[in-house]
Ligand binder design. Structure first.
Ligand code: FE2
Ligand code: FE2
Length: 174
């Protein structure tokens, strides 16, 4: 197995881990009766799951070996309504570094197909850091007065956007 294939297998675990963390965050908001924030993170959880399955499909297409991994427990204790978004932004920053590392490794190994596959992920990370930073700013500002303002913000922002140009997910994207 090439180092790149190895590293992609590790990334599957991290994407599933991110998905599980977002489920934990969504459930926290649901239990706090903040349904828009909950819905936002349930959606993010599905997106992360799809990212994992895109990598699975890529490895299937490449005829490489795949071991579906377990994930560690997510954080479930949060100090206040802004805390989960801080955890989420932190996680997205880490994932961005991991994807950059993967792309650099593909380049190092002269795997241009693998490098090209990661371009969509790099763009996705840029968008996610941007939207999560915006959400954190809104939550922190609203927290001083009324957290329900965040619910309004998300209700107006609407649901997820179509993933144009996204790699195919094994079994189909959810
Ligand atoms: Fe992801
Ligand atoms: Fe993400």
């Amino acid at each position: 197995m090439s180092r790149f294939t190895d590293a992609l297998n590790e990334q599957i675990s991290r994407e599933f881990g991110a998905s599980q963390q977002y489920v934990a965050i969504a459930v926290y908001y649901d239990s706090e009766t903040l349904p828009q924030l909950a819905a936002h993170f349930y959606r993010q959880a599905v997106e992360e799951r799809n990212h994992a399955m895109m990598i699975v499909q890529y490895l299937l297409d490449a005829g490489e070996s795949i071991a579906i991994p377990g994930v560690g427990p997510p954080r479930t204790d949060f100090g206040d309504a802004a805390d989960p978004v801080r955890v989420a932004l932190d996680q997205e920053r880490q994932v961005t570094e991991q994807i950059v590392g993967l792309a650099a490794l593909a380049r190092e190994e002269g795997d241009l197909v693998g490098e090209q596959f990661l371009h969509w992920f790099l763009q996705e990370q840029r968008e996610e850091i941007s939207s999560m930073s915006a959400l954190l700013a809104v939550v922190e500002r609203a927290q001083a007065s009324n957290v329900l303002l965040v619910e309004e913000y998300l209700a107006r922002a609407g649901g997820g956007e179509a993933e144009v140009g996204a790699p195919q997910a094994a079994g189909g994207a959810l």
